[in-house]
Design a protein around this ligand. Structure first.
Ligand SMILES: [Zn+2]
Length: 126
């Protein structure tokens, strides 16, 4: 099936980058911001972990989770992806693990379709 979603372009892409930086920086939970492209709905998010990054910290090293982050808007079907570290607050177990095993989640269309599952599994910020 063809994707309903389109990658953000131009100013919209830049603003989505800024939104991602804000979301990833928060240490307590998901701070959803309004979609910068259509301003109609709050952005949705999902991270897929691919491995670990062993990085130096104050007292040695720490294994950070590494993967790909997705931000998208359900209203205008715009999305962006970023490779890097997962936010601290992202659940240890992938909220979509069971669905993924069934082969039911592969792209942002699927993440959006299962947003209710993701939203229940993540901690939220006001
Ligand atoms: Zn939008």
């Amino acid at each position: 099936m063809e994707s309903q979603f389109q990658r953000a372009k131009g100013t919209c892409a830049q603003e989505l980058d800024e939104a991602y930086a804000k979301v990833i920086k928060d240490t307590k939970g998901f701070l959803s911001v309004a979609c910068p492209c259509c301003k109609q709905e709050s952005l949705r998010a999902y991270w897929r972990q691919f491995g670990f990054a062993r990085l130096p910290v104050e007292n040695g090293y720490h294994e950070f989770r590494r993967g790909t982050g997705y931000l998208w808007c359900h209203a205008c079907k715009t999305y962006g992806t970023w490779d890097g570290l997962l936010p601290f607050w992202w659940p240890k177990e992938d909220p979509l693990a069971a669905l993924r095993e069934q082969g039911a989640v592969n792209d942002v269309d699927d993440y959006d379709a299962h947003w209710d599952v993701i939203a229940k599994a993540i901690p939220w910020r006001e």
